[in-house]
Design a protein around this ligand. Structure first.
Ligand code: IMP
Ligand code: MG
Length: 171
């Protein structure tokens, strides 16, 4: 039902590139990485092992969920954000930016807490699926508008642990 779209080493290399960019851009920023659970857990682990910025902190939050094959874009609440982000450089770590709706809502909620700056780091983006204006500062790999699983992304709970990225095979 699913076939491999991107093999693990290609994703690893793309994440390495993002880590280099972040290390270059944010080395003096004491960045706070906010990882969006559940989907970003694997990306966060791969990325953050390679982040060298002094004073880096990592926090995890949960937002509303995604059911089935299409995104609801409904972000209800930031569950679990204990850090005071006022005046801080925040990097939101997300598995996938699809329509961009979830990210825009999330950024709005975080901005209300008056951080110095918010950057977005996404493992995957689907630029053609964006329905809102959104700049993704760091995107490891751009994809077409296909539903994918693996590497933390799931299909109703299935496929999250796969190291490669799979695409739904219609045939
Ligand atoms: P957006 O609000 O449309 O940008 O949706 C973003 C969220 O939907 C991501 O955080 C993912 O959890 C989920 N999502 C989007 N596309 C896919 C996909 O192809 N596979 C699995 N989850 C996806
Ligand atoms: Mg998600």
């Amino acid at each position: 039902m699913f076939r491999v779209l991107v093999e693990a080493p290609v994703i690893d290399e793309a994440i390495r590139r993002v880590a280099d960019e972040i290390n270059r851009d944010l080395k003096d920023e004491k960045p706070l990485f906010i990882v969006i659970l559940n989907g970003a857990f694997m990306f966060a682990a791969d990325l953050l092992k390679q982040v060298t910025a002094e004073g880096t902190e990592v926090s995890f939050i949960k937002v509303a969920s995604y059911a089935g094959l299409s995104s609801s874009g409904h972000v209800e609440n930031l569950i679990g954000l204990k850090e005071d982000i006022t005046g801080r450089t925040v990097v939101v770590v997300e598995d996938m930016v699809d329509s961009g709706q979830s990210m825009v809502h999330l950024i709005g909620m975080l901005n209300a807490k008056q951080p110095k700056r918010i950057c977005i780091a996404a493992m995957f983006c689907k630029p053609k699926a964006l329905t809102v204006p959104l700049d993704v500062d760091y995107c490891a790999l751009e994809l077409e508008n296909d539903f994918v699983v693996g590497r933390g992304l799931d299909y109703d709970g299935w496929g999250r642990n796969f190291p490669d990225l799979y695409i739904l095979d219609e045939n």
